[in-house]
Design a protein around this ligand. Structure first.
Ligand code: PLP
Length: 496
């Protein structure tokens, strides 16, 4: 490690990235390369001798960039956002610079303690119940992803129940969620050994805006109890992936409590919005939950990865996940004076990720962050309005946060053709390179998703995006007219 070389190359790299952001709108948002494109551009073996940073950066520009989808582009509206910011970037740099591995408190006390502090700060911003704070039995931890978060709490819940009823009961444990829940839950069940036939995926439909109905949950739980099964885990949602549906947490939590189930709340995307007092209502009922998760790396200006998980009972996690070989033993851990985050997660090693969110909170402050969220929601309202003013389109579910679910309306009530046409539209807008939106299916209908949340997005980008969508849609509709016209006779006007 040569400090002077780092200084020189570091400056150059920061310049390179700053220039990238300056020119980000000049790239096609969605990479248009074909599978395997890079194999043709790079050598088959690693270089034997050092190359210069200029050579590498040249290759980044000419060979890597074509295969990059620009998630930080202001015209990126697909999936959910994955925010990068100056503060998050600096925190990431500092974390890489320090290069610590903070699995136990003793391996870098500041890493553990800063993580506890910033998760308490965030819990207070979200107005989470006190049981989630680190002062008592609870506390927060940074996981790599929402998938890891739900997996670790499911393992904690599973072991807690099996400790009291015996390991042989694994085949009787039942998990509940709505069919709108992210597939991360299904993966967690697979890994945790929950039998597939014991995963209750309860239908949610447009009558509740895709929220889980408590009566449906109660019925399923009662049926399982009658069959001698053991309900043990419920996953509720605040902001589903498809359409930002919000489950009624208080009512679901009551059922979970009555049946001694672990209640996990997945607010991976929408949790960020709940720091604003006017959106906090969407996590009302969180006091009934055992664990709560939000991805700061989605919509909270914190570079990937940084998934925040709070639990009320840290011992449920550590009972299930701790391992203490001789080579990790140390006085602080053995005296039970400290938190060792290795026992709250799957891997042993862990980065100093709290620096990122600490930087974000300090360099921006809570008020700026709230306004950042509000601005995206305002832009989503603009987009929603544009969609609803166009008779060829419809908004599919009421917008709650900054995701608008919409589609081209069916012609002659033909839902099947309508699905095909919306997929065609998706392909057409995304292959234009001007923007990137994604899709989902709700009650069998193909729905287009415009998720506003990239840090650089402004109203002009939203309006321009809508223009591109309208242009592509009217082209598709003209094509459709042509078909009808050709079928019935010569076109009355020239169609270009
Ligand atoms: N939960 C929700 C609601 C999501 O939208 C997503 C991803 O978009 C996930 C969970 C999975 O997130 P991760 O990639 O952090 O595992």
């Amino acid at each position: 490690m040569d400090s002077e070389q780092l200084r020189e190359y570091g400056h150059r790299m920061v310049d390179f990235i700053a220039d990238y952001y300056k020119t980000i709108e000049s790239f096609p948002v969605l990479s248009q390369v074909q599978p395997g494109y890079l194999h043709n551009l790079l050598p088959d073996t690693a270089p034997d001798h050092p190359e210069t940073v200029e050579q590498v950066l040249d290759d980044v520009k000419t060979k890597i960039f074509p295969g990059v989808t620009h998630w930080q582009s202001p015209n990126f509206f697909a999936y959910y956002p994955s925010n990068s910011s100056v503060a998050g970037f600096l925190g990431e740099m500092l974390s890489a610079g320090l290069g610590i591995v903070g699995f136990s408190w003793v391996t870098s006390p500041a890493a553990t303690e800063l993580e506890m502090i910033v998760l308490d700060w965030l819990a207070k911003l979200l107005n989470l119940p006190k049981q989630f704070l680190s002062k008592g039995k609870g506390g927060g931890v940074i996981q790599g992803s929402a998938s890891e978060a739900v997996l670790v709490v499911m393992i904690a819940a599973r072991d807690k129940v099996l400790r009291s009823i015996g390991k042989n009961a694994l085949g009787k444990l039942v998990v509940y969620s709505s069919d709108q829940t992210h597939s991360a839950l299904q993966k967690a069940c697979q890994i945790a050994g929950i039998h597939q036939e014991n995963c209750r995926v309860l239908e949610a439909d447009s009558s509740t805006n895709y929220a889980l109905r408590p009566e449906l949950l109660q019925e399923a739980v009662s049926r399982d109890l009658e069959a001698g099964l053991i309900p043990f885990f419920l996953c509720g949602n605040v902001g589903t992936t498809s359409s930002t549906a919000v489950d009624p947490l208080a009512a679901l939590g009551k059922i979970a409590k009555r049946n001694e189930m672990w209640f996990h709340v997945d607010a991976a995307y929408a949790g960020s919005a709940c720091i604003c007092p006017e959106y906090r209502q969407y996590i009302d009922g969180v006091e009934t939950a055992d664990s709560f998760n939000m991805n700061a790396h989605k919509w909270f200006l914190t570079n990937f990865d940084c998934s925040l998980l709070w639990v009320k009972d840290q011992y449920a996690l550590t009972e299930a996940l701790s391992a203490n070989p001789e080579f990790l033993k140390n006085k602080a851990s053995q005296a039970n004076l400290v938190v060792d985050y290795k026992d709250w997660q799957i891997p042993l090693g862990r980065r100093f990720r709290s620096l990122k969110i600490w930087m974000v909170l300090r360099l921006y402050g809570a008020e700026t962050l709230k306004n950042y969220i509000r601005n995206h929601i305002k832009l989503a309202k603009v987009f929603e309005q544009l969609v609803s003013q166009d008779p060829d389109f419809e908004v599919i579910t009421p917008r709650i946060f900054a995701l608008v679910c919409f589609r081209m309306v069916p012609v002659d009530n033909d839902e099947k053709k309508c699905n095909g046409r919306n997929l065609e539209l998706l392909e057409a807008v995304n292959s234009s390179g001007k923007l990137f939106i994604s899709h989902t299916a709700l009650s069998g209908r193909i729905v287009l998703r415009c998720a506003i949340g990239a840090p650089l997005t402004e109203e002009k980008h939203v309006k321009e995006t809508w223009k591109v969508i309208q242009e592509k849609a009217s082209y598709l509709l003209r094509k459709l007219d042509m078909k009808y016209v050709n079928f019935w006779g010569p076109p009355p006007i020239a169609i270009t």
